[in-house]
Design a protein around this ligand. Structure first.
Ligand SMILES: Cc1cc2nc3c(=O)[nH]c(=O)nc-3n(C[C@H](O)[C@H](O)[C@H](O)COP(=O)(O)OP(=O)(O)OC[C@H]3O[C@@H](n4cnc5c(N)ncnc54)[C@H](O)[C@@H]3O)c2cc1C
Length: 511
């Protein structure tokens, strides 16, 4: 490829701080709040005009499977403030029981054989009662950052990293005004894509699928959109009468198959329809279906591929709207209310001294240096053809959020050191905010003691996190808390997608 030489230039140093957090999704929110609250001068950089990441820009306004006994800390505080602001419903036991997954448990095993916690907390299912009003969430996050004293820069894209030898010194942002340098004693990569780790030349894992029918391909993407004008009551009555087709989380296989035969541009083979995403009522339904697999040897960081992706996802959204409008009662007058401007992507993750894997998730592994707990199974149905609860709550060690090679680089959320399938669970909003809280606390403690995060006393970190209400290890919770997860694992609740796909389970465990 032909090249030109970019002239060298002086870039103004806008700030010298203790901690720079790059990316304002759930991980960045946890990281920035905890860093500032622990006394560090903290900057949070975000390329879009609001915080929330995929929760706001990607229309995924939900915290899945948040369990007060395993998480607590900042994620709980955020949820409570959403409730106080009337932007999230208060948990309702009746609602949990009527959830299709929980009601199936009750029907199949009898209420007396199901651990009580499954019936009165949000551990058993996807997270319906933690759905929130995303516009209020954006507003709330602005206030929370201001209260904590975080210096927030929106519309700032982190374009480069400043590295001196093995040490990360800061970042360069690009905006309308041009380039700015920010220097920090520690940098936390919460970009969801590992942009900082990648750009500073730290070793990273990329997005190649290691096995299954898409082996060797780069990871694809999916997105959601809102349909307005739906007669929700009519749709729910229809659903009740057609539980065979619509009773599971993924429905509509038959109508999609038929539509595809007639040439409809629909890539996903099922649809998730959730009327709960309109916290305030009304005729909105959240739809998840559009999918995109990048072309051979193409990555989603290439603008050409991102453009194809956006065009295809929008085309699919309108094709699905058309299908529902024509075939499903309640959707006769529906319209596409909003599409996301940020689909799910998985690009790079840091490599730390420990790489979390699926075998550890299945075992419910505990670590001496654990800083947070995950209870979200990986959504690896793309490879295995099924989605099920096949793990136990497990620890996330400090070694997996600190770069092995580059000093002063930490990660949280989607970008931590874990295998590609493990990432399909650890990247979820609740574990992301929890690893964010741990990374922010670690960065603040290291910066204020003028040491590298690698040299931080992990017991000091764990004590500080405990004082700030985070739960740091499965070793510190009772068997009663873990029991519902053991139950779900023992019956292996499975949502089938392509159950004919056979895969070496041991091999999955390594990733
Ligand atoms: C349609 C959909 C459905 C989903 N369903 C669920 C669900 O049911 N439950 C659940 O828990 N999770 C779900 N998720 C996934 C979940 O939202 C993400 O895994 C989670 O948001 C990841 O958090 P994060 O902070 O690591 O990254 P992100 O949320 O991706 O945030 C990263 C942030 O960094 C910013 N950024 C990136 N690069 C740069 C840069 N170079 N400079 C500056 N800023 C940058 C981005 O703009 C973004 O704000 C879903 C996501 C989508 C889109």
């Amino acid at each position: 490829m032909e090249t030109i030489k970019e002239p060298s230039r002086d870039i103004p140093i806008r700030d010298k701080v203790d901690v720079i957090v790059v990316g304002g999704g759930p991980a960045g929110i946890g990281a920035a709040l905890s860093s500032a609250r622990n006394g560090a001068k903290t900057v949070l950089i975000e390329r879009f005009g609001s915080l929330g990441g995929q929760q706001t820009q990607g229309l995924n306004s939900v915290f899945s499977r948040v369990d007060p006994q395993l998480h607590n800390g900042i994620v709980h505080e955020v949820i409570h403030r959403l409730m106080e602001g009337g932007a999230m419903r208060k948990p309702d036991e009746r609602q949990i029981r009527s959830n299709p997954m929980v009601s199936r448990f009750i029907k199949r095993y009898g209420e007396e054989n199901i651990p009580k916690r499954l019936l009165n907390t949000n551990v058993g299912w996807w997270g319906g009662e933690t759905i929130f009003d995303l516009e209020y969430y954006k507003f709330l996050l602005d206030s929370m950052m201001q209260e904590a004293g975080v210096n927030l820069y929106l519309h700032s894209f982190a374009a480069a990293a400043i590295r001196d030898g093995n040490t990360l010194k800061g970042i360069i942002t690009e905006g309308k005004e041009g380039r700015r340098a920010l220097l920090g004693k520690a940098v936390i990569d919460t970009t969801g894509d590992g942009d900082i780790a990648w750009k500073c030349g730290a070793p990273v894992m990329d997005d190649k699928i290691p096995l299954g029918r898409r082996k060797g391909r780069n990871m694809g993407s999916l997105t959601a959109f809102y349909l307005g004008g739906v007669d929700v009551r009519k749709w729910l009555d229809f659903r009740k009468a057609h539980m065979d087709e619509w009773g599971q989380m993924y429905g509509g296989h038959r109508i999609i198959k038929e539509a595809r035969k007639k040439g409809a541009h629909i890539r996903g083979d099922s649809i998730i329809l959730s009327p709960m995403h309109s916290v305030h009522g009304g005729g909105r339904v959240w739809v998840m279906n559009p999918m995109y697999g990048p072309r051979e040897d193409h990555h989603l960081w290439m603008p050409e591929e991102q453009t194809n992706l956006e065009i295809s996802l929008r085309k699919q959204a309108f094709a699905v709207q058309n299908l529902l409008k024509q075939q499903i009662p309640g959707f006769e007058k529906c319209f596409v209310e909003k599409t996301a401007n940020y689909p799910v992507t998985t690009m790079h993750r840091i490599i730390g001294d420990h790489v979390v894997n699926v075998a550890e998730m299945r075992e419910g592994k505990a670590f001496e240096d654990s800083i947070a707990i995950n209870n979200q199974p990986p959504d690896i149905w793309e490879v295995t053809g099924r989605w099920g609860y096949e793990i136990l709550p497990h620890d996330i060690p400090y070694r997996s959020i600190v770069s092995k090679e580059v000093d002063n680089l930490l990660a949280a959320g989607t970008t931590i050191s874990c295998g590609i399938f493990t990432n399909g669970g650890l990247r979820y909003c609740t574990p992301s905010m929890c690893t964010g809280q741990a990374a922010g606390t670690a960065a603040a403690l290291a910066a204020m003691n003028n040491i590298s995060p690698k040299d931080l006393d992990v017991n000091l970190l764990r004590d500080t996190l405990r004082m700030q209400k985070a739960v740091v290890s499965v070793r510190e919770v009772t068997e009663e808390i873990i029991e519902p997860y053991r139950f779900m694992k023992s019956i292996s609740v499975v949502n089938k997608k392509n159950s004919d796909v056979s895969i070496d389970e041991e091999a999955i465990g390594r990733y």
